[in-house]
Design a protein around this ligand. Structure first.
Ligand code: IVH
Length: 695
C-alpha cells in the first residue's frame, strides 16, 4: 500500500515532526500528521514491522489529539484519534448482514480434499481447478461495511443472518483501517469478512492479568477475542490489542466493474494494498488439488511458529466467476472447504476433586481427570479455580468434559456434557475447613474464593516460600518445591528470611545433599540477592501483584521501602494499577510484619534498590524484530527476550520476512531452516547477539 517512495517521504515527515520538540506548537499540516500516524499504524499492526518506537508514536498521536481537542471542528471520522475514547456502549443493536455469513464445510484428510475437488470438477465440467489456500484463523468472525471509502459498520457473525452491530469496537482494532480507498477500484460500497484475533503473546499477558486478579483465565484466544468484541467500554476493547485478518469480499457495489479483481487471490491483494491485513503473504495458489494437500499438511507442522492461533486451512476456488457458478448448498459454499488440523481439545472424565491451599490461603479445587493426550502432552489434573467457575461450567463428579490446551497455555475445561449424565454423578462439595490446618474457611463477600485465614497455617508459609524461590520470582534454581518442604519439615527453614540463614552443616547431614549440591544451592541463594527489584516484589506474593504489575511498581521507586510513603491514590496513578491492586499494595506496605520482613531481607544482603533503567539505552534495538531458537548457552530465553524488549526491540512469534534477527542456539531446527530461505533475515549466534547490546 505504501510504495518505497511514499515510505521514504513519510519517514522524512515523521522525523521532521519528531524533531518538533515544542509540544504546544500548533499543528500546521493536519492531514500530513494524520497520514504519518496512519502509516505507522500500518507498519506496526499490518506489516508487523514498525519504523518508530511506541514512545515516538505516542508523542505524535498526542500532538494530534491535543490539537483536535482544542479545535473539535477539525476532527474527521477517519482521524487516527477516532479509534478511541468513544466511551460506553449501552446495547448492541441487531443488524442484518448484506449477505448471510455462512460457515464452511470441514475436511480432515487427503481423501476429503480429493472428494471436494472431484465434486467441484464434476459440477464445473473442468479438468483442473485453481485453488487459493490460506490459514483458517481461530478467532471471532466479523463483517465490515465500507461506504464511499469510510468504515461505516462492523457486525459480529451472530446467527449468520443477523449479528450485533459493534462498529465502535471494530474501530479499536488497529489493523482495521477507518478509511480505505476502495474508490480507486471503482467500488462505492463493500462488505468484507474477516476474523478478529488476540495473538498468543497478548493472550498470555491478558490471562496473566486475570490470574493476578484472582479471575479464572480463559481457555483460548478465540474466547478472548469473541468476548473482547462484546465489551461495552471501547477503551477496554482498545487495551485488549485485538488484531484482524480480512479474507473475504461478500458484496460490493461498483460503477466500473472492470477495475474490481476477478480472483480471490487478487481480492486479497486489493485488500492488502488498501491497508488491510489480508492473508496475502500466507496464501498460496495451486493448480489442482495435489499441491493443496501437501501445502495443508506442511502448514500444520508450522502451526506453533505463528504468532496467532490457526485451527486449519481454508481452500477456495480462486476464480470468482467459477465460485458463483458453483454456488452453495443450504449450509455451505461449494467453492470452499476448511481443512481442520488435529484438535487441541479432547474429552475426558472428571474423577475427583482435590483442594489445595495456595500461598494467599486461597483454596483451589483441582480436578483429577482420566489422563488424556492434548496437544502433545498428557493431562491428568486441571485447576477448576473456584465455586463460581464450577457452577458456570456446570461440573459434577463423573462428568464427561471437554478440555483444551491452547499453545503454551495451561489446560482448561471448556465445558461439561450434562446431557451424557447417567444419574450416578455427584455434586462437588467444597470443604468448610482448611484441608491442611483444619481451621474454618472464610469468603469475603466481594471475593469468589474461599480462604484459610490462619496465618500460621503450614500451607501459607510453605507455599509462600515455594513461590519466593520459584523461577519467575527470585529464581533460586537448586532450591525448588521439594527442598522447601523437606527443610520446613525438618525445622531448618521457618520463613522467607530463613532462606538466607540456612544452616548448611545441618543440611549436609540430610540424605541426598552432597557437597556439590550444597555448593550449588549456596551459589544460587547468593546470586538471588542481586535479582532486579521487580522479581523481589513479585516474589513477596502481594495479592493481585503479578509479574507485569511488579515491573510497574519497581520502576516507580528508588528503594522498595519508598512504598511505605505511597498513598492509595498515588499508587493508582501508576500505569494499570487499579483500585484493587493499589489497596492491596498499600495494605502490604502498612503492615508491620511485612516491613520487618523487608528490613530483615535487606540486612541479609537482598537488594531492595531499583537500579534505574538507563533511558539512553532504551532505543538501541528500536524497530528491530528478534526471535530466539535452539538452546542458548549463556542466557535464558526469557532473559534474552526481556533484554530485546527493554532496548526497544520486539519479539515475534515466527520466521517470516518481518523478522530481522534469528538468534540461533544449539540444536536449532525448522526455524533456522526456514530463515535460511528468507534473504532479509539475519541469522546470528548468541555471542553476536550479546555484542549488539550496549556494554
Ligand atoms: S472464508 C463464505 N476464510 O472459519 C465463506 N473463513 O466455518 C467465508 N475462518 O465462519 C469464510 N479463517 O469465521 C474463510 N481464511 C478464512 C478463514 C475463515 C477463518 C472462519 C470463518 C468461518 C469459519 C468457517
Amino acid at each position: 500500500m505504501y510504495q518505497v517512495a511514499h515510505t521514504k517521504a513519510l519517514q522524512e515527515s515523521t522525523e521532521r515532526l519528531l524533531k518538533n520538540s515544542d509540544p504546544e506548537i500548533a499543528v500546521t499540516d493536519l492531514d500530513g500528521l494524520r497520514n504519518v500516524l496512519r502509516f505507522h499504524e500500518y507498519r506496526y499492526y499490518v506489516q508487523n514491522d514498525p519504523l518508530i518506537s511506541d514512545f515516538e508514536y505516542d508523542r505524535l498521536y498526542k500532538q494530534l489529539d491535543r490539537f483536535e481537542k482544542a479545535h473539535p471542528d477539525s476532527i474527521t471520522p477517519d482521524s487516527p484519534t477516532q479509534r478511541v475514547g468513544m466511551g460506553l456502549i449501552k446495547d448492541f443493536p441487531k443488524t442484518q448482514h448484506l449477505v448471510p455469513m455462512l460457515s464452511l464445510d470441514n475436511s480432515y484428510n487427503a481423501d476429503d480434499l480429493l472428494d471436494f475437488d472431484r465434486k467441484a470438477r464434476e459440477l464445473s465440467g473442468l479438468g483442473s481447478i485453481e485453488y487459493c489456500v490460506e490459514p483458517k484463523f481461530d478467532g471471532a468472525s466479523i463483517s465490515l461495511l465500507y461506504e464511499n471509502d469510510l468504515l461505516v459498520r462492523g457486525v459480529t457473525r451472530g446467527d449468520g443472518n443477523v449479528g450485533d452491530e459493534i462498529t465502535a469496537n471494530t474501530k479499536q482494532i488497529k489493523s482495521v483501517p477507518l478509511s480505505a480507498a476502495f474508490s480507486t477500484y471503482g467500488i462505492q460500497q463493500i462488505e468484507i469478512r474477516g476474523e478478529v484475533l488476540m495473538n498468543k503473546h497478548n493472550f498470555k499477558a491478558y490471562n496473566d492479568t486475570l490470574i493476578e486478579e484472582g479471575i479464572p483465565p480463559l481457555a483460548n484466544p478465540r474466547n478472548a477475542a469473541a468476548g473482547s468484541l462484546r465489551i461495552k467500554d471501547t477503551a477496554e476493547v482498545s487495551r485488549r490489542n485485538l488484531e484482524a485478518f480480512l479474507y473475504h469480499v461478500s458484496f460490493y457495489v461498483t460503477e466500473t466493474n472492470n477495475l474490481v479483481p476477478t480472483t480471490h487471490s487478487a481480492m486479497l491483494e486489493m485488500l492488502w494494498n488498501l491497508g488491510f491485513r489480508s492473508p496475502k503473504k500466507e496464501m498460496k495458489i495451486f493448480h489442482g488439488i495435489e499441491g493443496v494437500i501437501s501445502e495443508v499438511q506442511a502448514f500444520e507442522k508450522k502451526r506453533d511458529e505463528l504468532a496467532y492461533e490457526i485451527d486449519g486451512m481454508v481452500i477456495k476456488v480462486n476464480d470468482l466467476k467459477l465460485q458463483e457458478r458453483l454456488g452453495m448448498t443450504s449450509h455451505h459454499p461449494r467453492w470452499a472447504v476448511a481443512f481442520k488440523f488435529k484438535a487441541r481439545q479432547a474429552t475426558s472424565k472428571l474423577l475427583s476433586v482435590e483442594f489445595q491451599v495456595g500461598r494467599t490461603g486461597a483454596i483451589t479445587p483441582v480436578a483429577k481427570i482420566e489422563p488424556v493426550q492434548v496437544g502433545g502432552v498428557t493431562v491428568s489434573s486441571i485447576s477448576i479455580h473456584n465455586e463460581d467457575y464450577i457452577r458456570e461450567k456446570d461440573l459434577q463428579l463423573g462428568d464427561s468434559i471437554l478440555i483444551e490446551r491452547s499453545g503454551d497455555v495451561i489446560p482448561q475445561i471448556v465445558k461439561s456434557f450434562p446431557e451424557l449424565r447417567d444419574g450416578t454423578g455427584k455434586k462437588i462439595e467444597f470443604p468448610k475447613t482448611c484441608p491442611v490446618c483444619d481451621n474454618a474457611l472464610f469468603k469475603p463477600e466481594e471475593d469468589a474464593v474461599w480462604r484459610c485465614i490462619n496465618l500460621a497455617c503450614t500451607a501459607h508459609i510453605v507455599e509462600g516460600i515455594i513461590h519466593f524461590v520459584s523461577r519467575d520470582a527470585m529464581d533460586i534454581r537448586s532450591f525448588g518445591e521439594a527442598n522447601v518442604r523437606k527443610f520446613y519439615e525438618q525445622g531448618l527453614l521457618k520463613d522467607i528470611p530463613g532462606i538466607y540463614r540456612l544452616d548448611f552443616n545441618e543440611i549436609a547431614k540430610l540424605e541426598g545433599f552432597g557437597s556439590k549440591s550444597i555448593l550449588n544451592m549456596q551459589a544460587a541463594i547468593e546470586s538471588s540477592k542481586t535479582q532486579p527489584l521487580y522479581r523481589l516484589i513479585y516474589a513477596l506474593g502481594i495479592r493481585y501483584v503479578g509479574e507485569t504489575t511488579a515491573k510497574t511498581l519497581a520502576n516507580a521507586v528508588d528503594h522498595l521501602m519508598d512504598f511505605a510513603e505511597f498513598s492509595e491514590i498515588k499508587l493508582q496513578e501508576l500505569e494499570d494499577v487499579g483500585v484493587k491492586v493499589a489497596k492491596s499494595v498499600y495494605e502490604f506496605f502498612h503492615h508491620n510484619d511485612n516491613l520487618q520482613l523487608l528490613t530483615q531481607l535487606e540486612g541479609l544482603g537482598v537488594n531492595l534498590k531499583n537500579e534505574k533503567k538507563d533511558l539512553a539505552l532504551e532505543g538501541t534495538l528500536a524497530g528491530q524484530t528478534f526471535l530466539f531458537t535452539g538452546t542458548l548457552a549463556r542466557l535464558k530465553r526469557s532473559e534474552a527476550e526481556a533484554m530485546v524488549e527493554k532496548l526497544g526491540g520486539k519479539i515475534i512469534g515466527g520466521v517470516s520476512s518481518k523478522l530481522n534477527y534469528l538468534v540461533v542456539g544449539e540444536d536449532a531446527g525448522s526455524k533456522l531452516e526456514k530463515a535460511k530461505k528468507i534473504q532479509t533475515v539475519k541469522i546470528i549466534t548468541e555471542e553476536e547477539f550479546l555484542k549488539m547490546l550496549p556494554s
